[in-house]
Design a protein around this ligand. Structure first.
Ligand code: SF4
Ligand code: SF4
Length: 448
């Protein structure tokens, strides 16, 4: 997932986001009238929501384009160098906070949410809702993921990346939604974005009423946690904006109380010092759980330390000091989302696209993946977001995880198998991978 993370600003006369799989919420309008559709902006928004649902989105909202309050935070984050090697972020600079600068003529942004927690067999999905003492723990699926992280020989791919490349899925469906809108109002100027570097997607989602920015810097929804993708359609239609999450009514009786624990999910930081309280309360679970200390303060992410950045965005060597903390995470990281109490409400995808592929999901271990040559890698990852990092970085990541497994295994047959596989690949490896293999082999003696 990209490294964009941001923060809400309300707007008078706005309306609330509508959760398409829940009940419809109040909207009062207040924006300028859209062209076409006989000026019936409210009715048009309702139809837009219905079309979005048909396109596979769980929720949409409308945001205006004034992100000025986000600019100081964005500038400070870039100034601190927290974007690391993601030079495209710096290149776009403050343009990212100016939708009309990015796509001239834009006056509204449609922000859309698509849930990605992979589908599960009915019996397993039924177990998502727990009661009693179990309800106080992370949900069953999250406990399952946490248990996998504790088994060094397993290979853990971030939940969002186990199926089809979400860029393709969202882009296609956002365009379908835009085409449906054009069929109603006539041709209009627009551009779709999916986890695109120039777009402050969390900032826009918050303004569109889809949620708030959590302390881990991802967007959070009271109804869906944080396991969702965001996509945007920049439009030259003046649609009435929605109301930010914070202006919505409190949770219904019987739901979880707001998190109060002081102990213990391409992302970017809280971009402004504005009103960003959201519903994290005094919880700091994500900060405590982050293996590399990448969440340097609430709402502040140093991407250079984030495992998602290190295993996906970074092209060169992974800093040795951070390698042990990566554990068996070979593509991305979900830890800050696994411990988030709001992910009790995470929703499983309604689409088969995000189901885990054979070899990338449950039960996958490191050595079979290490055995993939480039041809096999390309075959297995066709249509997957993993393919974007290429075979060399894939093996770099695997070498780190294998080294961590070597360190964690007692001397014996298991460790011998790991070191033999690493050593056998050393001669044919390129410089990047060879250096990581050498590090991994050295883990046999590390800390002993
Ligand atoms: S827990 Fe993982 S994904 Fe979250 S900030 Fe830390 S390293 Fe990044
Ligand atoms: S873990 Fe706690 S602090 Fe972090 S995003 Fe979730 S509710 Fe907020």
């Amino acid at each position: 997932m990209g490294i964009e993370r941001s923060n809400p600003v309300g707007g008078p006369g706005a309306s609330s986001g509508t959760d398409l799989s829940g009940g419809r919420r109040q909207h009062t309008g207040g924006g300028a009238a859209v062209a076409g559709a006989a000026g019936d902006t409210i009715g048009l928004k309702e139809r837009l929501r219905a079309w979005a649902h048909e396109c596979g989105f769980s929720q949409i909202g409308i945001a205006g384009i004034d992100l000025a309050s986000a600019e100081p935070g964005l500038a400070a984050w870039l100034q601190a160098g927290f974007h690391g090697e993601m030079g495209y972020m710096a290149r776009h600079g403050l343009k990212r906070a100016r939708p009309a600068g990015l796509v001239p003529g834009t006056v509204s942004v449609i922000s859309a949410r698509m849930d990605y927690l992979p589908r599960a067999p009915a019996a397993q999905a039924a177990g998502d809702v727990e009661t009693g003492d179990a309800a106080a723990q992370p949900p069953r699926w999250a406990r399952h993921e946490l248990a996998r992280l504790a088994r060094p020989g397993e290979a853990v791919v971030s939940l969002y990346a186990r199926g089809r490349d979400y860029h393709k899925v969202l882009r296609q469906r956002l365009q379908q939604l835009a085409d449906r809108l054009a069929a109603e109002v006539g041709p209009f100027g627009h551009r779709v974005f999916t986890d695109s570097a120039p777009v402050l997607e969390v900032e826009l989602a918050v303004r569109a009423g889809l949620g708030w920015r959590g302390k881990h810097t991802l967007a959070l929804s009271r109804d869906a946690g944080s396991l969702f993708f965001l996509g945007e359609i920049f439009v030259d239609l003046a649609l009435p904006p929605d109301r930010p999450e914070e202006a919505r009514p409190p949770p219904a009786a019987g739901r979880l109380p707001e998190p109060q624990s002081d102990s213990p999910n391409e992302r970017v930081p809280p971009l402004s010092a504005g009103p960003t309280t959201g519903h994290c309360g005094t919880c700091s679970a994500c900060l405590a759980a982050c293996p590399t200390g990448a969440i340097v303060a609430p709402y502040r992410l140093d991407a250079r330390r984030c495992i998602s950045y290190l295993t996906i965005e970074l092209h060169g060597p992974i800093p040795p000091a951070l390698r042990p903390a990566i554990g068996n995470r070979i593509f991305g990281c979900d830890d800050c989302q696994l411990v988030c109490p709001w992910n009790k409400y995470a929703r499983r995808s309604t689409l088969p696209d995000f189901d885990g592929r054979a070899g990338l999901g449950d039960g996958t271990t490191l050595l079979p993946l290490w055995a993939w040559d480039e041809r096999e890698f390309l075959r297995r990852t066709e249509g997957s977001a993993i393919r974007r990092i290429g075979h060399a970085r894939w093996r770099r990541n695997l070498a780190v995880a294998l080294g961590n497994a070597v360190r964690a295994s007692p001397a014996g047959a298991e460790r011998a198998a790991l070191t033999a596989a690493l050593a056998a690949a050393r001669t044919a490896a390129d410089d990047l991978v060879r250096e990581h293999i050498d590090w991994a082999l050295a883990q046999a003696d590390a800390g002993r």
